[in-house]
Design a protein around this ligand. Structure first.
Ligand code: ADP
Ligand code: ADP
Ligand code: ZN
Length: 214
């Protein structure tokens, strides 16, 4: 299964991605995670990406596209993949089409998680992430058993630098301007699966799984 998860910041892409990749046994490719790993390691790419991410802006296409192109050539993508947070511009969408067609592959579905702005801000501001294993929590909706500590590995939870009210609002604006046009792009190709992302995470996953089949 070759899938894309589309949706504004805080919509629940990462949360649904975890459940989807487990169900369909495909790799989870999150460009946001790739950048954050590079920032942690202090690579050149990480340094460049951080400048944009901290401002709530998109990292330039030329830095993102080649990373995804390389990742898709890896052995584990043979049976499928889930792209989370890519493409985010029409230009990235067209580049993806090109590389997939060169590989003789086609996308199966584009899952569009739709969530209204007030909910998005609350979700992003309350998000906490384990420094060690990457598990995602929410201080209200999915709190850890012990405050600030990961249930899975005991690691410390932290807040993303870009999960402040100001930056989340900027990211939502950027989403409307630069990413939303992809909804029509994929709708016209007959690939779009519209999902109401305001429900609880299990109901959302059930709806996605039902639509995708097995
Ligand atoms: P995205 O990857 O789209 O930015 P995440 O999956 O990281 O979104 O979710 C953002 C925050 O909202 C996280 O703290 C997550 O635990 C929480 N969350 C995700 N899905 C739901 C949901 N359906 N209901 C309530 N909270 C959710
Ligand atoms: P979210 O969906 O919660 O906003 P992500 O983790 O997907 O978060 O992305 C975090 C940041 O990483 C984005 O605000 C942007 O700066 C950068 N980024 C991630 N994916 C892309 C992409 N495909 N193109 C450009 N920038 C990206
Ligand atoms: Zn952990």
């Amino acid at each position: 299964m070759r899938l894309i998860l589309l949706g504004p910041p805080g919509a629940g892409k990462g949360t649904q991605a975890s459940a989807i990749v487990e169900e369909y046994a495909i790799p989870h490719i999150s460009t946001g995670d790739i950048f954050r790993e590079n920032i942690k390691k202090g690579t050149e790419l990480g340094k460049k990406a951080k400048e944009y991410m901290d401002k709530g802006l998109l990292v330039p296409d030329e830095l993102v596209i080649s990373i995804v192109e390389d990742r898709l050539q890896k052995e584990d993508c043979k049976e499928g993949f889930l792209l989370d947070g890519f493409p985010r511009t029409l230009n990235q969408g067209e580049a993806l089409d090109k590389v997939l067609s060169q590989m003789g592959l086609k996308l199966d579905r584009v899952i569009n998680l739709d969530v209204e702005k007030e909910i998005l801000i609350g979700r992003a501001i309350g998000r906490r992430i384990c420094k060690d294993c990457g598990e995602v929590y929410h201080i209200k909706f999915t709190p850890p058993k012990e405050e600030g500590i990961c249930d899975k590995c005991g690691g410390k939870l932290h807040q993303r630098d870009d999960d402040t009210v100001e930056t989340v609002e900027r990211r939502i604006e950027v989403y409307h301007k630069q990413t939303e046009p992809l909804i029509d792009y994929y709708r016209e190709k007959g690939l779009l699966l519209d999902i109401d992302g305001s429900k609880d995470k299990d109901s959302i996953f059930e709806e996605i799984a039902k639509a995708l089949g097995k």
